[in-house]
Write a protein that binds this ligand. Structure first.
Ligand code: ZN
Length: 467
């Protein structure tokens, strides 16, 4: 019997201190070791990674499938296959589903459903539901990765999807912060002010619903920045582990900056805010509708500055597929269109492209889309690193390759509505994705099996001892 199952040889391996020309050995689903060239023990299988870069598998901490509800929008199988193709080996599923994942029963049901169908590993967010200690404790015992709330009311007609998840009242937001303080579980918040949204939505009623700028005007940056400022002010009292989802504006960056050091808070942004602006919304129409909206160049510049200053340390996909029929039915009508774009196949190529353009280092890019999230949510270094004992989750990329975004080659069920990035040429390509030692994507083809992904439970991951 060989000492190693697999040796990935000749590549540049990304370790916590940067890139090294090393061989990487995998055994029994974990990293066995890294070796100088020609010093590794014998392996059953060798992967030649010469000329390639070997990354810890990507950990996407903001993902929506909504399953088992709404299979017409995409299933656990279709969307985790897309993730595998994008080099993502672990995703954190948000609690929006029908019914909402705000009870222990629903959390167990979703865990079982994802276990049977996921091609990659997954963690599950819980919504705090009735805001009681007993619900919270049961969810934590079941292994939810964290909790999520919205500061907005449920969208029209979607009340049950947001039951126990949407808390537009400040008193409830404060209760949620106190509920999670001292548990070690982060509270992730979609932050837009409910009363300012109502105010601006009323104003937007007199605007042309087909004009791309209407969406931005119905949810301007102040809706986000005010909600974030209130949460951060409340958290000075509550001292929860707070994480602000999908920051989109320069205004909010200013708020984050001004609260630095007042509590344990972190913030993420998404490729749609870093790589596109309202000009792309004008081109892609309602297919580019997301909440909060994609804004202006000055906002994009402020987000990149916040990344370089360490104010924003996470980039997530907010992958949210909708069916062609749903999107098509709202064509030319921004207020009626469902918000969300599929992004899991673009996040790594987009960041590699930014690296190729000299915007940031490869290590920083990987930290943003992987290692930092794993660390914040208690999974590092089992996930997000390639240290001995880490999961054998590996993404091999060709930094000189090219990714062309085309509906023809995408794997997401929402490929026909992925117009926001359609036609982009990105420098860098994912060539192989490995989950726990098994190849799940290779040269354009998904090879991972349905149910091959496992539930990532922070209660047990935390006990692992890794040198
Ligand atoms: Zn989301």
């Amino acid at each position: 019997m060989s000492a190693l199952d697999t040796l990935i040889s000749g590549g540049d391996v990304l370790l916590p201190d940067g890139l090294h020309r090393l061989d990487l050995g995998l055994k029994d689903g974990v990293v066995a070791g890294v070796y100088l060239p020609r010093t590794a023990p014998e392996a059953t299988k060798t992967i030649d990674a010469y000329g390639k870069t070997v990354l810890p598998g990507i950990v996407d901490i903001h993902f929506h499938v909504r399953a088992p509800a709404y299979p017409e929008r995409g299933t656990v199988l279709s969307e985790t296959r897309a993730a595998a193709a994008g080099g993502v080996t672990t995703m954190f599923e948000m609690p929006i589903s029908k019914p909402c994942c705000s009870t222990p029963q629903e959390l167990s049901r979703r865990r079982d459903h994802f276990n049977e169908n996921a091609v990659i590993d997954f963690a599950l967010y819980a919504a705090p539901g009735d805001l009681t200690d007993s619900t919270r404790d049961k969810m934590i015992e079941l292994g939810c990765i964290a909790f999520k709330i919205f500061t907005t009311p449920p969208p029209a007609g979607r009340t049950d999807e947001f039951e126990g998840l949407a808390f537009p009242e400040e008193a409830d937001q404060l209760r949620a912060l106190y509920l999670l303080a001292k548990t070690g579980r982060p509270l992730v918040v979609h932050a837009e002010s409910a009363s300012l949204l109502a105010h601006y939505e009323k104003i937007a009623q007199s605007l042309d619903p087909s004009n791309a700028s209407t969406h931005g005007k119905s949810r301007p940056d102040i809706c986000e920045s005010v909600a974030v400022a209130k949460l951060l002010a409340m958290n000075i009292k509550a001292q929860a582990k707070l994480h602000i989802a999908h920051v989109s504006s320069a205004q909010t960056v200013k708020v984050l900056r001004s609260f630095l050091g007042t509590s344990d808070f972190t913030a993420e942004t998404c490729p749609q805010y870093l790589f596109t602006t309202e000009k792309d919304v004008a081109r892609a129409g309602i297919y580019a509708k997301v909440n909060p909206p994609i804004r202006h160049q000055a906002d994009q510049d402020a987000l990149w500055q916040a990344i370089s200053d360490g104010i924003i340390n996470y980039v997530t996909t907010d992958h949210a597929p909708f069916s062609k029929e749903e999107k098509k039915a709202a064509e030319g009508n921004f207020p009626a269109a469902p918000p969300g774009v599929p992004g899991v196949e673009f996040i790594l190529p987009s960041m590699l492209d930014a690296v190729a353009r000299g915007r940031l280092s490869l290590k920083h890019a990987h930290d943003l889309i992987s290692a930092n999230g794993a660390r914040r949510f208690g999974l590092y270094p089992f996930k997000g690193a390639l240290l001995p004992g880490s999961a054998a989750d590996v993404t091999i990329v060709d930094l000189t390759g090219e990714t062309v975004i085309s509906a023809k080659t995408l794997h997401t069920h929402a490929r026909e509505v992925a117009h926001l990035y359609e036609g982009r040429h990105l420098r860098g390509a994912v060539t192989q994705t490995i989950l726990k030692g098994n190849t799940i994507f290779l040269n354009g083809a998904v090879t991972g099996s349905q149910g091959g992904g496992e539930f990532v439970n922070p209660n047990t991951q935390n006990d692992r001892k890794i040198d």
